[in-house]
Write a protein that binds this ligand. Structure first.
Ligand code: PNS
Length: 160
């Protein structure tokens, strides 16, 4: 069985990696779907975000993960790829409120689509990509929030 793990991944955090690893043990294939959001300026380009995830999976020896990108509605990507399960991580109750709403929209938009939630590892439950970007903007230490590889990418991007 396949599952979609969608997100912006700008950048990939330790929390994301933990969720991908856990999903990879539960499903035959995890399709990490990177949002192409043309309206929102991302720090890392789509190509960079995809490359970062790909490299991290190789480094961590996770083989049943593929990386794709999508534009527009997630349900269209799910239909095109014939996948009926979407997974998201839940950090705090505020995530639940936001995620529940999206999950309801998605289940109305696509018959049979299920969204499953994995509780974030408590060690990572405060980490967000936006927080990492904020710290990086001021050249702060991001080593507790992202992998070594992503930290190096951040240092290059933000000219540490
Ligand atoms: O990493 P993020 O930014 O929290 O991921 C959010 C994402 C990409 C999962 C969500 O915004 C999404 O699925 N966007 C695509 C548009 C869509 O399908 N929205 C659902 C109907 S409201």
């Amino acid at each position: 069985m396949k599952v979609i793990y969608p997100g912006s991944f700008d950048p990939l955090t330790l929390g994301h990696i933990d969720i991908i690893k856990r999903l990879s043990k539960m499903f035959d294939e995890v399709v990490v779907a990177v949002l192409i959001n043309e309206h929102k300026k991302s720090v890392f380009s789509l190509e960079e975000r995809e490359e970062i995830i790909k490299e991290q999976m190789i480094k961590d020896g996770i083989e049943n993960v593929s990386i794709s990108s999508f534009d527009g509605l997630l349900v269209n990507f799910a239909k095109e790829n014939d996948i009926k399960i979407v997974a998201r991580g839940l950090r705090e109750v505020t995530d639940y409120e936001y995620e529940k709403n999206i999950a309801m929209f998605n289940s109305k938009l696509m018959d049979g689509l299920e969204t499953i939630f994995l509780l974030s590892n408590p060690n990572y439950s405060f980490i967000s990509s936006s927080g990492v970007r904020e710290v990086a903007t001021f050249k702060g230490d991001v080593s507790s929030f992202v992998s070594k590889e992503v930290e190096e990418r951040i240092k290059v991007k933000f000219e540490y």
